[in-house]
Every structure is written in C-alpha cells, then in structure tokens.
Design a protein around this ligand. Structure first.
Ligand code: GTP
Length: 358
C-alpha cells in the first residue's frame, strides 16, 4: 500500500466567512473540493490509502468523503481534539499508517493546488534514501514566505524564517507544502503536543545530519489561503492553467442546474455553481458562484466569491469581495477592495442613482 497524509485541520481564518461552516480544504474550486482534486492526483500517482488529519470541522470531511470508495482510495480519519500544528498532526496521523519503517509516506498541506509529479517525487526520495524530500517552488516575491535554500545536489541547507531585509532573501525557493517522509522519521516526532515541521522537525533533522532533499520544479503551484488566490485557483482550473485530468479548458464552467441568461456574460474562468443563476445583462468575471447563488439583472461580479444561496441584487457591483452564504446584497450597492460580508447579512437596496451625463 502507498499512503499519504493530508493536513486539513486548519481554521482557514484568511478565508472567513467562507470557512465558518466549511473547512478550507472542503471549499469547492471549479465545483470540486480542494481535497478531492488532491486525492484524484494522488491516486493517479499510485497512492491508495489516505489519512486525513482533521481538527476544525472534522465532521464535514467524513460527511463529504466517507470511506473514499467513491474516489477509489481508502480514507481514514485522524481527528485531533486540539489542533497540533503541522508536525503534531503528522505524528498523530501516523498512528493509523500501515506502512513499514522504511516505506515512503507522502504528506500534503490540504490547501494547495499543485502540478508536481508525486510519483517522481516519491521515486526520487526512495532512490536517494532521504529522511525527507520536500517539494520546493520558486516565487517572484519571497518576502511572504519561509525560504529553503539548497546546495547544487538538492540537499537542503537551512530553513529560514520570512526575510525582513533584502540581504536575507538568499533564494526564491519556498516550501510548497508537499513532503515525502521515511515512515520511521515520522515516528520520531514528539506525540501529543503542538509541533511545527518547518520550525522544529526539519531543522532538527538537519542538525542531526540527516538527508533532507529539496526538489524544485516549474509545475503549477498555488496556495489557496487568501480569497484572491482562492478565486484565482478556481479560474486556473476552469481555464486549464492548473492541472485537472479529464477537464476540457473553458472560459467559464456552468455546473449542473446552473443557468446563465442569454444576455449575461460569464468569463475569465468563472464557475457557476449547481443551481446558481446569472440573470439578464449581468456580468461575472473570474469569480466563483457557490451552489444556489444568484446574480440579478445588470449586476457585475469580478474576482469574488459569492456564497451558497447568496444574492447579488440588480445592478450591484461586487469586486474583490467575499459574500457569505445566504447573504443578500441589495440592488445598487457597491462592494470592492477585499470587502467581506458575513453569512445571512442583508444589505438593503439603495435607490441612489448617479447620472452618467452629469
Ligand atoms: P489560515 O488560518 O488562514 O492561516 O489557514 P490555515 O488554518 O489553513 O493555516 P495554514 O494555511 O498555515 O495551514 C496549512 C495547511 O496545514 C492547511 O491545509 C491546514 O488545514 C493544515 N493545518 C494547519 N494547522 C493544522 C493543525 O493544527 N492540524 C491539522 N490537522 N492540520 C493543520
């Protein structure tokens, strides 16, 4: 058996209010939960058993994914009473592994869309007999991330905290949130307490002169942590920029039961959820409408997420915003620049109109 642990226990605070009811990995990008996108790619790479390390809203995973038979893998659940951090969660999930001490175990952050070749990553790890192999990705602006410099042979040299000065930017390589562990290494992580892999586990392995490898590639990679990246990830899947086996790239994706009026425009990778509606003359650009959402006539939704059963009233404008489930944005309102509306909130219609020929 080839096993993987998915870390899906975070609270997803940056994606509130979407994550109040649904944990981030179960939010749908291009109509499919992030975790399902990951499991499908893992299965293609030969993984047949997945341990979900859950904590926040653990029930939602069990309800949505069950024992994994619909996805062609076996899923088991390691539920933390208190969040244990990335390392603590891996150690906790290890109690459910069936792999032997020398077997490779893949570990994925549950909020990343990635085109990395998992099978090649695992094969390289085994061939090098490494303690841990990390997938690294290059970013244009490394200031937001911890950095992972490697030597010319791919050996990790150190784990650096987020740089604060230009001199500290020693590389553009960052931890992509995908690892292969030798199983026996997981068993050395202390159990029953909070542990961070980046701050504790990996630096300790380096100090003990264990082989920690970093594999850098140019595969698609996106962390879906912020609303902006969440909508971008969904659009990239629809447009065919992010890997999605079997999907035909399109300018927009209208899921079963979704409807778009003839005079409406949906574009730039927008996803119109099940039963969602876009009325006459409305425009939806690079956005996600969750199931049952409606955009009324003449409204404009750009780079935003509209929650399940939420309503954007006629002629309203919603740009770079997140609308919670069942909220109602009354007609004529404008929401821009990172606005977040909590579930069930109602913004009254506004009758204020601006003349275009003033
Ligand atoms: P923010 O609150 O918005 O930062 O999101 P987050 O809670 O998901 O945190 P972060 O993005 O740093 O987490 C990276 C990945 O690790 C996500 O897939 C989380 O679900 C997961 N994760 C973070 N902390 C824990 C934990 O304590 N336990 C488990 N099981 N998973 C965790």
């Amino acid at each position: 058996m080839r096993e993987a642990i998915l870390l899906v226990g975070g609270q997803g605070t940056r994606l509130r209010p979407l994550t109040i009811a649904t944990p981030k990995p179960m939010l749908k990008v291009a109509g499919v939960p992030v975790t399902v996108h990951q499991i499908e790619r893992l299965r293609s790479a030969g993984i047949d058993r997945v341990i979900l390390g859950t904590s926040y809203r653990a029930d939602v995973f069990a309800e949505g994914l069950g024992d994994g038979s619909d996805l062609g893998v076996e899923i088991v659940y390691a539920v933390e009473d208190e969040p244990l951090g990335t390392g603590g969660a891996i150690r906790h999930a290890a109690d459910l592994l069936v792999s032997g001490p020398d077997d490779p175990v893949a570990v994925l952050n549950g909020d990343v869309l990635s085109g990395v070749d998992y099978a090649a990553l695992i094969a390289g790890h085994v061939a090098a007999d490494a303690a841990v192999t990390l997938h690294l990705t290059r970013v244009d602006d490394p200031r937001r991330y911890g950095l992972v410099p490697t030597d010319p042979h791919g050996r990790v040299l150190e784990f650096r905290e987020k740089p604060t000065t230009p001199e500290e930017i020693v590389t553009d390589q960052i931890n992509a949130g995908c690892y292969v562990f030798r199983r026996s290494v997981i068993d050395t992580i202390p159990s029953g307490r909070v542990v961070s892999v980046e701050r504790e586990t990996f630096p300790e392995l380096l100090a003990a002169d264990e082989l920690v490898r970093g594999v850098v590639d140019d595969a698609y990679w996106l962390d879906l942590g912020t609303p902006q990246d969440f909508v971008r990830g969904s659009a990239d899947l629809v447009l065919g920029r992010a890997p999605w086996p079997g999907h035909e790239p399109a300018d927009a994706l209208v899921l079963e039961g979704g409807s778009v009026a003839g005079s409406a425009r949906v574009s730039a990778g927008s996803c119109i959820g099940r039963g969602a509606t876009v009325a006459a003359d409305a425009e939806v650009v690079g956005s996600v409408l969750l199931d049952g959402a409606s955009v009324e006539s003449g409204a404009r939704v750009v780079s935003s997420v509209v929650g399940a059963d939420a309503v954007v009233g006629a002629t309203a404008v919603v740009e770079d915003a997140v609308i919670g489930d069942r909220a109602r944005i009354g007609s004529g309102n404008e929401l821009r620049g990172g606005a977040r509306i909590w579930p069930d909130v109602e913004l009254a219609d506004t009758s204020i109109r601006f003349s275009t020929d003033a």
